[in-house]
Design a protein around this ligand. Structure first.
Ligand code: GDP
Length: 442
C-alpha cells in the first residue's frame, strides 16, 4: 500500500495531538520530531524534510493554532496543507491545444515504464474524447515497437512505426504528417531509453526536441527507485526542461519518497501516476487528494471518478430500482463485483476510503483473493439458487463449496452477509416509505 509506513506513523503522531484540549510549544516540537523521522524513513529528500518541518512548526506554534479551540486538529490541517504544497498544491494538467496537433514526448530510462505509460496515457486521453496516435520512437530496445503495437491494438489506438532502421527524429516527423492527415489531435511519442543517463541519450532527445518542438516533454520515472528517481528527474530537467513527470509503479512503492520530493527538488509537477500494469492503471495526480490519503482522510473524489468511468448508468438505474423493490439477488451481487474488480486492486480502492489507510485495519483482510473466492462461490450456484438464495439448504451448500473449491463455512459466511445486506436494504426501504407517507416532515 502506498505511503503505508508514513501514513501509519503520521496518523499515530497526529492522533496524540488531536486528543489534547491545549497544546504547548513543546508538544508541537515533539510531534514534529516524530513527523521528521517518519518522512526520512519514507525516503523523502533530506533538505525537503528540513524545509517542511520548519514551515509546519512555524505555522503550528503560531497564535492562530495555539489559541484555537481545537489546536490538535488545527495542526493536522497545517500538516495537510504543507503536504499538499510539497507535492505541488494543485493538479497540473497536460496542455492540449484546441486548434493544433498536441505533441507529447515521453522520455525516461529503460524499464521505467515508458512504453506502458504511453499506452495508458493514450487510453486515458481517448476516454476523454481525444484521438491520440502512438509513435514508436524507441528503435533500440528490441521489443519496444512490438510492445507498443500490442498495447495499441488492445486499446484500439493507432500506432505509427517505421521499424528500427530510420532515425527516431525522422520517424517522429513523419508521424506528425500522418496524424494530421488522419485528423488525429494528440501524438504521444515513446522515445528510446538507456539503462543509465548518458550523453548519447541526451543528445538524441535534444535533437528531437529541437526539430519536433513537442508541446510537452514528460519524464516517466519509476517511483520504486526512491531518491534515484529524484536525481534522474533533476538531470533530465536540467538537460531538457521538463514540463512534467509521470511517476510509475506507485502501487509497488510503499515508502513514497519520490512522490513527496520530486516537485520540491525539481519544481516539475507530477502530472500522472502509474498504479499498476494494466491499461487503466493511470491517475491524474492531485496533491491535495494524495495528502488526504497519507493522513488517512481518504480520497473519495478519486473513488467516485473511478466508479463513474466503470459504471453503466442505465444498468445502475435498473439496479437501484431492483434494490428498492427488494429484488436484490446473487446475480446482482456478481455484477456489482465485476464493477469493483474493474476499478483496480481492492487494496488500492480501500486506500481511498477514509480511515482505511491507518494500518489499524490491516487485520480486515479484504483482498482480491477474497473477491475471487466470492465469485467462485456464486458461479457454482445454479441460476435458480442465485435468484432465490433461500432455497440453499445444507446439501446445496456442500455442493457449492465443492464446486467452488471453498469450504462450507465460506459459503455460509457469504449467505449470511447476503441476507444481512438484504435486511438492511429492506429497513432502508421501509424508512423511506414511512417518511414519504407523512404529510409533514415535523
Ligand atoms: P520502458 O522500458 O520504459 O518502455 O518500460 P516498460 O513500459 O516496458 O515497463 C517496464 C515494466 O514495468 C513492465 O513490466 C511494465 O508492466 C511495468 N510497469 C510499468 N508501469 C507500471 C506501474 O505503474 N505499476 C506496475 N506495477 N508496473 C508497471
Amino acid at each position: 500500500m502506498l505511503f503505508e509506513g508514513l501514513a501509519h506513523k503520521l496518523q499515530e503522531t497526529l492522533r496524540k495531538l488531536k486528543g489534547k484540549g491545549k497544546l504547548s510549544e513543546a508538544d508541537v516540537k515533539q510531534a514534529m520530531r516524530e513527523v521528521k523521522l517518519a518522512l526520512l524513513e519514507a525516503d523523502v529528500n533530506f533538505k525537503v524534510v528540513k524545509d517542511f518541518i520548519n514551515s509546519v512548526t512555524e505555522r503550528a506554534v503560531g497564535q492562530e493554532v495555539m489559541m484555537s479551540l481545537t489546536p490538535g486538529q488545527q495542526v493536522i490541517k497545517v500538516v495537510n496543507e504543507a503536504l499538499t504544497e510539497l507535492m505541488g498544491k494543485t493538479k497540473t494538467d497536460i496542455n492540449i491545444s484546441s486548434k493544433d496537433l498536441t505533441v507529447l514526448m515521453l522520455v525516461g530510462l529503460q524499464g521505467s515504464g515508458k512504453t506502458t505509460t504511453a499506452g495508458k496515457l493514450a487510453n486515458y486521453l481517448k476516454k476523454q474524447g481525444h484521438s491520440p496516435l502512438l509513435v514508436a520512437g524507441d528503435i533500440y530496445r528490441p521489443a519496444a515497437i512490438k510492445q507498443l503495437q500490442i498495447i495499441g491494438e488492445k486499446a484500439e489506438i493507432p500506432v505509427f512505426a517505421m521499424g528500427d532502421k530510420n532515425k527516431p527524429v525522422n520517424i517522429i516527423k513523419r508521424s506528425l504528417e500522418f496524424a494530421r492527415s488522419k485528423g488525429l489531435n494528440i501524438v504521444i511519442i515513446d522515445t528510446a531509453g538507456r539503462l543509465h543517463i548518458n550523453d548519447e541519450l541526451m543528445e538524441e532527445l535534444k535533437e528531437i526536441k529541437l526539430e519536433v518542438e513537442p508541446d510537452e516533454i514528460l519524464l516517466v520515472v519509476d517511483a520504486m527507485t526512491g531518491q534515484d528517481a529524484v536525481n534522474i528527474a533533476q538531470t533530465f530537467n536540467y538537460q531538457l526542461s521538463l514540463d512534467g513527470v509521470i511517476l510509475t509503479k506507485l502501487d509497488g512503492d510503499t515508502r513514497g519518497g519520490a512522490a513527496l520530493s520530486i516537485k520540491a527538488v525539481t519544481n516539475c509537477p507530477i502530472k500522472f501516476i502509474g498504479v499498476g500494469e494494466k491499461l487503466e492503471d493511470i491517475e491524474p495526480f492531485h496533491p491535495d487528494r494524495m495528502a488526504s490519503r497519507i493522513l488517512g482522510m481518504g480520497d473519495v473524489l478519486t473513488l467516485i471518478e473511478k466508479a463513474q468511468v466503470n459504471i453503466d448508468l442505465e444498468k445502475a438505474k435498473e439496479f437501484e430500482k431492483r434494490l428498492k423493490n427488494q429484488q436484490f439477488t446473487f446475480e446482482d451481487f456478481l455484477e456489482q463485483l465485476q464493477y469493483v474488480k474493474e476499478m483496480g486492486p481492492i487494496s488500492h480502492i480501500m486506500e481511498m476510503i477514509p480511515g482505511f489507510n491507518s494500518g489499524k485495519l490491516k487485520g480486515l483482510n479484504v483482498d482480491d483473493k477474497e473477491l475471487v473466492k466470492i465469485e467462485a462461490i456464486i458461479n457454482s450456484m445454479t441460476k435458480q439458487e442465485r435468484m432465490d438464495p433461500s432455497i440453499i439448504n445444507g446439501s446445496r451448500r456442500k455442493r457449492i463449496a465443492r464446486g467452488s473449491g471453498t469450504k462450507v463455512q465460506d459459503v455460509n459466511r457469504l449467505l449470511k452477509q447476503f441476507f444481512q445486506t438484504k435486511k438492511i436494504i429492506k429497513q432502508f426501504g421501509e424508512m423511506e416509505k414511512g417518511y414519504k407517507k407523512r404529510k409533514f416532515p415535523f
